[in-house]
Design a binder for this molecule. Structure first.
Ligand SMILES: C[S@@+](CC[C@H](N)C(=O)[O-])C[C@H]1O[C@@H](n2cnc3c(N)ncnc32)[C@H](O)[C@@H]1O
Length: 325
């Protein structure tokens, strides 16, 4: 199994392996874990207090799903974010298996974009929410026998995805209108692939450098505060010849990514050729210079239903980037 490292220590340049019990021998911090499914979910957000609070909140949600309405309607930013992510992506990833079926985007392009050749090692899906990418990739050759890590900062989405993958069936929360939350049964038509779930910040990924065969990010680069730092982390995580499967609608929002950090602002030309140049080291010195584009599709539809009268239609730019040997 891949080793896990202390995120704040890694942020300060010390890769410190976590000992049994998720304790860091360098800084002494002990990291919490969520125990709801067949396997624990380590919660390795850079702030241990935020990690512990998240475990408390999501444990309460698993005991009483009705708290979700209060999170959705309340003013606490963490509760709002946990509820919003769970509601949007439970439906987006698994709404097709709900009874009655709910509107959900087609993610089958992920399997078509998958490389035929990869070095040995784990696959890390960053920003996976409820785990739709692993479900979309379940039939690809080469997944079986590999460790697949599902990583997100939203423990509610991960815990719900884990429950579905463990049991094959679950109650799916969704918004029929802007203010109501309903639940309906959902059942997978076949077994989910075996995966590990991990709550972590993609900007401080708790894995060893050059240890990962493939990284997948769908809708993540424009959802973080520092996308250039995320690109650097992904470059550092991948083994030589490893692959980064990246998809983004480049929907920059100043409240998420400060304007000066929005990668698109650095482009002399426009998206999408400019983003392909940027992610292959041709725009910002020293950034992404290890990558070449192996495959790309600049216009993949991605429809997210927020509620029955509000559907957001994005167009993704998808690139398969290979790290030089
Ligand atoms: C736009 S959603 C995309 C979800 C999923 N990948 C999909 O394509 O349907 C972005 C996801 O990234 C997660 N996320 C945002 N910033 C993150 C970070 N710094 N570390 C880990 N996950 C993050 C959010 O919680 C959310 O689940």
């Amino acid at each position: 199994m891949a080793d896990l490292y202390c995120p704040p220590c890694a942020g300060q340049g010390h890769r410190q392996l976590l000992a049994t019990g998720l304790r860091c021998q360098q800084c002494g911090r002990r990291w919490p874990a969520f125990a709801g499914g067949t396997d624990f979910i380590a919660v390795l957000l850079p702030d241990p207090d935020a990690s512990a609070r998240m475990v408390g909140l999501v444990s309460a949600l698993m005991r009483d799903p009705n708290v979700l309405s209060g999170w959705h309607d309340g003013e606490d930013p963490l509760e709002n974010a946990l509820a919003g992510g769970l509601l949007t992506y439970a439906q987006a990833h698994f709404g097709a298996y709900a009874r009655p079926a709910l509107a959900a985007p087609d993610l089958s392009w992920l399997a078509r974009a998958w490389p035929t050749q990869l070095p040995p090692g784990p696959i890390v899906i960053l920003g996976c929410a409820t785990g739709g990418e692993a479900w979309a990739l379940r039939k690809i050759a080469g997944l079986a026998g590999r460790e697949v890590w599902m990583v997100d900062a939203n423990l509610a989405a991960l815990a719900w995805g884990q429950m579905l993958f463990d049991n094959g069936t679950v109650m799916l929360p969704y918004r029929p209108t802007a203010t109501r939350i309903d639940w309906c049964p959902a059942e997978l038509p076949e077994s989910a692939p075996p995966v590990r779930w991990l709550c972590a910040d993609a900007l401080f990924p708790p894995f060893a450098g050059e240890s990962v065969a493939a990284v997948v990010t769908v809708g993540l680069l424009d959802s973080v505060s520092d996308p250039a730092a995320l690109v650097q982390q992904i470059e550092a995580l991948l083994k030589p010849n490893g692959v980064w499967l990246m998809a983004s609608p480049w929907n920059w929002q100043p409240r998420v990514t400060p304007v000066r950090r929005q990668l698109e602002r650095h482009l002399p030309g426009g998206v999408p050729d400019g983003m392909a140049a940027l992610l292959t080291g041709q725009v910002i010195a020293g950034l992404a210079s290890d990558f070449t584009v192996e495959w790309r599709n600049d216009d993949v539809p991605w429809r997210l239903q927020v509620h029955a009268r509000y559907v957001a239609e994005y167009r993704l730019q998808v690139m398969r980037l290979r790290k030089h040997v």
